[in-house]
Design a binder for this molecule. Structure first.
Ligand code: ZN
Length: 401
């Protein structure tokens, strides 16, 4: 049976985060690639890549946003997964600072950290480099030969998905960065974490994941893609922590307000007052309500701009070959208006964007194929990208999303 004819699961109706609210649909994109971090070896593979529909639902009780049509069976997280952002100096510096701060603030020196969804293990290595004694990382996409760290002998990796089989692992800190947004039954996941922590009341939980307030406020549709089935705000994340018996210790937005950083520990019984950012239900409800119209306007304005460049014979390229580019190109239905995509990660060069089939090349190729317009998928990198372009003697117009 062709992939497109397979029936999608019926829509989730009860909120998987608070397990009581009714999900209300407010946004839909048809036929998006089920993976946007796996780049394809040929244009044909890329265009034929399996697609599903995405429908965002909102829980008015806890503020959780989720793809209620999410089909977890399509996932194939594996070592071909290029999820690592570790190639950008900006992101590396941020991760290093965060590891240093967490180790100091929560007195984690000489202690053990368990990282659920450790990717290629870069952050786990940073935590140990900052003084933790031992790190255990779990991730199906882990590739040992790619990790270069002086603390390799103090790291241990399990190349698998975290589930009940691993709830026996013990650690002083449980870290989970950019992982919970890939898990649909978030409450169920937290029950596994609770099981791992057991009665160790000193365990520190350290989570980091994208913030959906900004996505909704800016109608940043490029930040909505299939792998991300769960979308949190500071409030909905803190509510999840509290529901599972963890008191939030810190709750903040980092990385140009793109990511929520939360730390927690098993509740002692004493009432912990709400932290800044927890009381956000009214705000998220309004943002969800305004989103469809904001999205419609923004989509129209991007298409007008890009079609205009194309008609004028200008070369437009996209900078950044990650999930944001896949979603941006697919949601806008872009084809030949975009010449190609560049990315600084050499592992992506020569590959193709799933869905639209755009080629991904090295930024060096811009010396030959000079761009007039550069659509920059992550504004955080604007300075870095501008310097790189200027260094090649290029001065195209940059349009950060
Ligand atoms: Zn809910």
């Amino acid at each position: 049976m062709p992939d497109s004819e397979k029936t999608a699961p019926s829509a989730i109706s009860v909120c998987p985060n608070c397990e009581s609210g009714e999900m209300e649909a407010f946004y839909e994109v048809k036929g998006i690639p089920v993976h946007s971090v796996l780049l394809m070896p040929s244009r044909e593979h890329a265009v034929d890549y399996p697609k599903r529909d995405l429908r965002l639902g909102f829980c008015p009780e806890c503020g959780f946003v989720s793809n209620i049509l999410f089909d977890p069976t399509v996932h194939e997280y594996s070592t071909s997964c290029e999820e690592s952002q570790g190639f950008s100096p900006t992101f590396n510096a941020f991760a290093k600072d965060l590891a240093k701060r967490w180790v100091e603030e929560y007195e984690l020196k000489d202690k053990t950290v368990l990282e659920i969804g450790c990717g290629k293990g870069e952050f786990l290595a940073l935590m140990v480099e900052e003084g933790m004694s031992h790190g255990i990382g779990i991730d199906p996409a882990f590739v040992p030969e790619r990790l270069d760290t002086p603390v390799a002998s103090r790291l241990e990796f399990i190349q698998d998905l975290y589930d009940e089989r691993y709830t026996h692992l013990k650690a002083d800190a449980v870290c989970c960065r950019h992982t919970l947004e890939h898990i649909s039954p978030t409450s169920e996941f937290m029950r596994k974490v609770q099981k791992t922590i057991g009665d160790q009341k000193d365990t520190i939980l350290l989570f980091e994941l994208p913030d959906v307030h900004r996505v909704l406020k800016e109608a940043a549709f490029w930040d909505i893609y299939y792998e991300h089935c769960s979308y949190f705000t500071t409030g909905s994340l803190a509510r999840l922590f509290r529901k599972h018996g963890f008191d939030p210790l810190e709750l903040m937005l980092e990385y140009d307000d793109q990511y929520i950083v939360i730390a927690g520990k098993p509740a002692s019984g004493a009432k912990v007052p709400l932290l800044d950012g927890e009381d956000d239900l009214k705000r998220i409800t309004e943002e969800v309500k305004a989103f469809p119209e904001r999205f419609r306007k923004l989509k129209e304005s991007w298409l007008e701009k890009i079609d205009g460049f194309y008609s004028a014979g200008k070369r437009t390229i996209v900078w950044g070959g990650g999930s944001k580019a896949v979603s941006f190109l697919t949601t806008l239905g872009l084809g030949e208006q975009i010449d190609f995509v560049v990315d600084i990660n050499p592992h992506k060069h020569g590959k193709f964007i799933p869905g639209t089939g755009h080629a991904v090349r090295s930024p060096d190729t811009l010396r030959e194929d000079k761009p007039d317009c550069v659509i920059l998928m992550n504004p955080v990198y604007e300075k870095e990208v501008r310097e790189q372009l200027n260094g090649m003697g290029l001065d195209p117009t940059i349009f950060p999303v």
